[in-house]
Design a protein around this ligand. Structure first.
Ligand SMILES: [Zn+2]
Ligand SMILES: [Zn+2]
Length: 90
């Protein structure tokens, strides 16, 4: 591990965007930013896509549960309406 810009091996911090590139100071990070942005964004986008797919998958599962609940609720409402009609006709 060494600073991406100056090669320093002390006081290293990781880039908070990709967490795989090291800098010894903000000045070094800033100096390398234009180059690094292309690598960093790429990794960030991969992570975003992975998160996005997970979120979509989760939403679809939740939607399926909700759909099932709605179906049950619909049956329940129909049941109640039928009960109402039955009692009203008496
Ligand atoms: Zn440095
Ligand atoms: Zn980065």
């Amino acid at each position: 591990m060494e600073c991406q810009t100056c090669g320093n091996r002390k006081n290293l911090r990781t880039c908070s965007g990709c967490k795989s590139t090291f800098y010894c100071s903000r000045e070094c990070q800033f100096a390398d930013w234009n180059n690094h942005l292309q690598i960093c964004r790429k990794e960030e986008l991969n992570i975003e896509r992975e998160n996005y797919e997970n979120i979509i998958k989760q939403l679809e599962e939740e939607l399926e549960v909700e759909r099932e609940n709605n179906r049950n609720m619909q049956q329940y409402i129909e049941y109640l309406e039928k009960m109402d009609m039955d009692t009203a006709s008496e």
